[in-house]
Ligand binder design. Structure first.
Ligand code: TXA
Ligand code: MG
Length: 353
């Protein structure tokens, strides 16, 4: 079973971080906290370590990994060119929840990039992550630390549940702050393209870069529009229960969800509801979980994956969720929720009131 080391960003356990560095340098695997989600780390420059990461997650090996670095100067050796716009974006948002795609240098093995000529790079802000990367020699490949197809881990206990007996060490840094994976921006085309929405939304990127496009594949239900990020093509984040999103005017949504819960219970099903602080009192029946507050949509992002895992643990048959098209993080939240629901969206219309 994995060694578990607990620490906080304010009080780093340097001995444990040195140990993690040694494990990584020796080709082993260490899960660690970042501000987005927990990562499953291996030495990014060691093809064998990347193979181990794929095996531990049960992930297809054509789905490339993100290389995590601890400082800006570490970028140069692993890319062949740094576009001016990427430098500007890094100045604004690194360290932070931003991953950028570059043309790779020869230093990065194809095992890490899933056979691609490009490499995804991220400089995280979490101090535990940064110090661990330093101790490991500067380059840590890390996908989210979940079994392929399960929600990404936002707590160390999620990592333990999925990977505890397959990896060498887990660094427990408590609950992550953001809860959704980093925003991925591709700089290999003239106009930068968002391949995965995250905490940094389109408007925040445009403030720095001017025109930014969104990869049309990321929200498409239609499978012939292929997302450019290979990982966005796979079925993801799927809870065991059937999840459906109910959309419409608030009053119509509340009454539609109440009706669906009642129908499920009549069929002797266990039915879950995902609501917000503001709507909790609308749901007298079912297993009701409050995801956060619409007044601060970062609380919704932070709890989404945890709630999906908790419903799995409850063994519910069906889950109905409100929709969270909020202004700040709505794009990222709905991207994950719609995938988790397999595009099952119910329109609550006036006829239901
Ligand atoms: O917040 C995050 O980004 C977390 C933490 C641990 O840093 N990591 C993460 O990694 O979410 P992962 O492997 O679960 O997702 C990486 C995504 C995948 O969709 C993958 O296909 C895409 O990045 N990706 C990686 N390299 C790429 C490349 N060269 N071109 C296009 N997409 C790439
Ligand atoms: Mg992932």
């Amino acid at each position: 079973h994995a060694i578990i080391a607990r620490m906080t960003e304010d009080c780093l356990d340097m001995e444990a971080l040195k140990k993690a560095g040694e494990i990584l340098a020796g080709g082993g695997l260490v899960a660690f906290p970042t501000e987005t989600v927990y990562g499953l780390g291996g030495n990014a420059l060691d093809p064998e370590a990347s193979r181990r990461i794929y095996a531990a997650k049960g992930r297809p090996s054509d789905n490339p990994l993100i290389v995590h670095i601890a400082d800006w100067d570490s970028l140069t050796p692993i890319v062949s060119r740094i576009p001016e716009k990427a430098k500007k974006l890094a100045d604004a948002y690194w360290p932070g929840p931003l991953t950028m795609i570059f043309e790779k240098s020869e230093l990065v093995p194809y095992e890490t990039t899933g056979g691609l000529e490009t490499v995804a790079v991220r400089l995280p802000a979490n101090k535990v992550a940064v110090e661990m990367i330093r101790q490991a020699g500067g380059y840590v490949a890390a996908p989210s630390a979940n079994t392929s197809g399960r929600p990404s881990p936002t707590l160390a206990s999620h990592v333990e549940e999925d990977l505890g007996d397959r990896i060498d060490m887990i660094i427990d840094g408590g609950q992550v702050n953001i809860g959704l994976e980093s925003t991925i921006v591709d700089f290999t085309e003239e106009i930068p393209v968002i391949l995965r929405p995250g905490f940094l939304n389109k408007e925040m990127l445009e403030e720095v870069l001017g025109e930014v496009r969104i990869d049309p594949g990321i929200m498409a239900e239609n499978t012939h529009i292929r997302p450019k990020a290979p990982g966005m093509r796979y079925k993801h984040y799927a809870p065991k229960a059937d999840l459906a999103i109910v959309e419409g005017a608030p009053a119509a949504v509340f009454s539609k969800i109440r009706e669906l819960v009642r129908e499920g219970i009549a069929k002797e099903q266990r039915v879950g509801v995902i609501c917000t602080e503001e709507s909790r009192s609308e749901y007298p029946e079912g297993i009701v979980r409050c995801i956060g507050s619409r007044a601060d949509d970062r609380t919704i992002a932070r709890h989404l994956y945890e709630i999906l895992r908790d419903f799995d643990a409850d063994g519910v048959d069906a889950i109905y969720s409100e929709s969270f098209e909020t202004p700040r993080m709505g794009q990222a939240i709905m991207n994950r929720l719609i995938k988790a629901a397999g595009h099952e969206v119910i329109r609550a219309g006036s006829e239901d009131i």
